[in-house]
Write a new protein. Structure first.
Length: 207
């Protein structure tokens, strides 16, 4: 009897150890899969953030282009008066409607809705700026922060007025600088992996 029990006990112990070993291996396998999925998600998020950062940097091209146009009178404005809209240059003499985040609605639509600020027959891509790679497109609009066309004034436009600096005597005798109307440049950049970035800035131009 003792021998029979002695021989049977090790067999039962080996079976229990095997079950526990399989359970531990299963838990380790599940943990390894979770770690891999987390690492892949982190890499994807990092990649998308890098794409977005690059698109924002490329959007600066549009801002630089617009600033050059207003300083030198070059294309596409080509010295035209800012008192009236110039659809061919993606320019609006009045404030464009925006969403809650301040992005002009025209930039949120497709090419068909973009035609609302484009001359009839002009494809929106006519003023698009190519990015550093073929899969990047930069699109922008310029609007004057005014509620009506025509000559800009403090009554119908957002304007920045400078004040003389210095002592009391200087403030009394200095000539106040001319008023400057505020303009806004809004840029949308489309990139790879359906990445999209928006950039907006304002600047002033003396009237």
């Amino acid at each position: 009897m003792r021998n029979r029990f002695a021989f049977g006990s090790p067999a039962r112990q080996r079976g229990v150890v095997l079950i526990f070993s399989l359970l531990v291996l299963l838990i380790l396998a599940i943990g390894a899969v979770a770690v891999l999925r987390s690492a892949n998600s982190s890499l994807t998020a990092s990649g998308n953030l890098a794409f977005h950062r690059d698109l924002v940097n490329q959007a600066e091209q549009a801002v630089s282009t617009v600033m050059t146009e207003f300083k030198t009178g070059g294309p596409p404005l080509s010295g035209a008066s800012t008192a009236s809209s110039l659809p061919a240059a993606n320019y609006s003499a009045t404030t464009l409607p925006t969403n809650a985040q301040g992005v002009p609605l025209v930039l949120l639509g497709n090419d068909a809705t973009f035609l609302t600020v484009a001359t009839p027959g002009l494809t929106p891509a006519g003023n698009d700026i190519p990015g550093r790679t073929a899969d990047v497109t930069i699109r922008y609009v310029i609007d004057r922060l005014c509620n009506s066309t025509g000559t800009a004034s403090i009554n119908n436009c957002v304007q920045s007025t400078g004040l003389p600096t210095g002592g009391t005597a200087n403030r009394n005798t200095a000539v106040a600088p001319p008023s400057a109307t505020v303009y806004r440049v809004s840029v949308r950049v489309d990139g790879p992996r359906s990445t999209q970035a928006f950039l907006q800035t304002t600047f002033t131009k003396p009237d």
